[in-house]
Write a protein of this length. Structure first.
Lengths: 247, 220
């Protein structure tokens, strides 16, 4: 496959960026999108040019590190996948592909396609945990019986890998799907009840402080989420927040 | 408390509650308007009651005005905040791939509805308030039907009304179910709420359009 790539290049956080055009040739349809970028970078290095910086780590769809807005969609075309799981067979020979960083005020660009998503870490630090004694006398996991459907929903929420596709897809750059998944995974379980009030209040407060937008229920986040995190979680977070507010 | 008021969730819940209140108001407004198609006397009777009942005039009407103003002002505040949350726009943004046009353009359908409300107030509400509370004209319980029909003589006005109601339908196609989601209502009944919302969003504006056209063609 021969492709034209329009890629956002930005030297660092303080400089202005712009789209630049590159050509890549003889790309196998079976290569992954990130492998295609590796080939481009090899080409750029051989030409004595600066390679394109992009985030990646596990390349198995579980770490949440790869990002990229590809042809106007986070993680590109296809559903339930991260960019590392996207293959070039999704494109046609001769295509022009637009590759941009995830855009949000709360996700500033560090370099080229790499954005700083530590806002998510700060939201998580604000309350996305339970305080358990880990000094050797931890309770058996099956000591507290939990309804199957609740355990399943908590597990589903916990599959969020914090990649930021929800923010990138949302027209408002809202982080409510991420925050609600992190609230829900504990709110659904008895172990999470003890800190439920502080958790939701502190996490929402931090989410707002980071400068994310407000959710307007377009549902784009749910569609683009590689892990299929449901809007149900946002409704649950709203309920948890209202409940916590009147306590 | 100030933290609660400023929070994104409290704002969206407030937005949703004002929307649900306006949905209920719109339904009763439609029922009264539709009575004009059935009988002039029935419409006059409803209108006279609504126009003279102190509970409606001095309690429900101010609440309604507050609800309308709040919904618009909060809508603009949230839109401004949301716009600033993405300071650099995408070169390519495929909104249609993951969300409906209606859900992404609530502000624009809302602005058209706001402009329509300006015309609607100019046509009905301001003259009504002036009639009762400025000029203190004597109450004629049979005046309402004639006053209403007179406005629908004008084809331009009828066309503007129809366009505004199409935009209202688009606004409600997203807004109805969205308001339930915002107040935390997402459960096994959600598919039913979405269906009811779709029916409401299409039938009620279509009904208003029918009423306007009915009186226009009857006046020819």
């Amino acid at each position: 496959m021969n492709l034209t790539l329009k890629i956002w290049r930005q030297k660092n956080a303080n400089t202005k960026g712009a789209m630049e055009t590159y050509k890549v040739e003889n790309i196998s349809p079976d290569s992954s999108f990130l492998e295609m970028l590796d080939i481009l970078n090899d080409q750029l290095v051989n030409e004595g040019k600066e390679p394109v910086a992009f985030d990646h780590d596990c390349r198995e769809g579980i770490c949440g590190m790869c990002s990229l807005q590809i042809n106007g969609e986070p993680h590109g075309p296809g559903r339930g996948i991260t960019t590392c799981q996207l293959h070039m067979r999704k494109f046609k020979d001769g295509d022009t592909i637009y590759i941009e960083p995830f855009r949000a005020r709360a996700f500033p660009v560090i370099k080229d396609l790499v954005v700083d998503r530590s806002a998510f870490d700060r939201i998580q630090h604000a309350g996305g945990y339970i305080s358990v004694n880990t000094s050797g006398n931890t309770q058996d996991a099956n000591g507290i019986p939990i309804e199957k459907h609740k355990a399943d929903k908590a597990f589903d929420a916990a599959t969020c890998i914090g990649c930021g596709a929800c923010v990138a897809a949302c027209k408002n750059a809202s982080a409510m799907l991420f925050t609600s998944a992190k609230v829900s995974q504990f709110a659904l379980l008895p172990q999470g009840e003890t800190e439920a009030t502080e958790r939701v209040m502190n996490m929402v407060k931090q989410m707002d402080l980071e400068g994310f937008g407000n959710c307007t229920n377009t549902g784009a986040c749910e569609i683009e989420c590689p892990k299929g995190i449901s809007l149900e979680n946002i409704a649950r977070m709203n309920r948890e927040y209202l409940k916590a507010s009147v306590k | 408390m100030s933290g609660f008021i400023k929070s994104s969730i409290a704002r969206k819940v407030a937005m949703a509650l004002s929307a649900i209140f306006l949905l209920l108001f719109l339904l009763q407004h439609f029922i009264i308007n539709f009575s004009s198609v059935l009988s002039a006397d029935l419409f006059n009777e409803f209108s006279h009651f609504m126009g003279t009942n102190p509970l409606v005039q001095f309690i429900l009407q101010p609440i309604l005005i507050f609800g309308v103003v709040f919904h618009f002002v909060m809508g603009f505040i949230l839109e401004a905040k949301n716009k600033s949350a993405r300071n650099i726009k995408y070169v390519q943004y495929k909104g249609n791939a993951n969300s409906s046009w209606m859900s992404r353009n609530m502000i624009y359908s809302g602005i058209v509805i706001l402009a329509f409300l300006g015309l609607h107030f100019y046509d009905f509400w301001f003259p009504e308030i002036a009639h009762k509370y400025v000029h203190f004209l004597p109450e004629d319980p049979n005046r309402y039907f004639g006053e209403m029909v007179e406005k629908f003589h004008d084809p331009v006005r009828v066309a503007l009304y129809c366009i505004a109601f199409v935009l209202l339908a688009l606004h409600l196609l997203h807004g109805f179910s969205s308001s339930f989601q915002s107040v935390g209502f997402n459960n096994k009944y959600t598919p039913a709420v979405k269906k009811i919302g779709k029916a409401y969003a299409i039938l009620i504006p279509l009904g208003f359009i029918f009423i306007a056209l009915f009186h226009y063609f009857n006046s020819l």
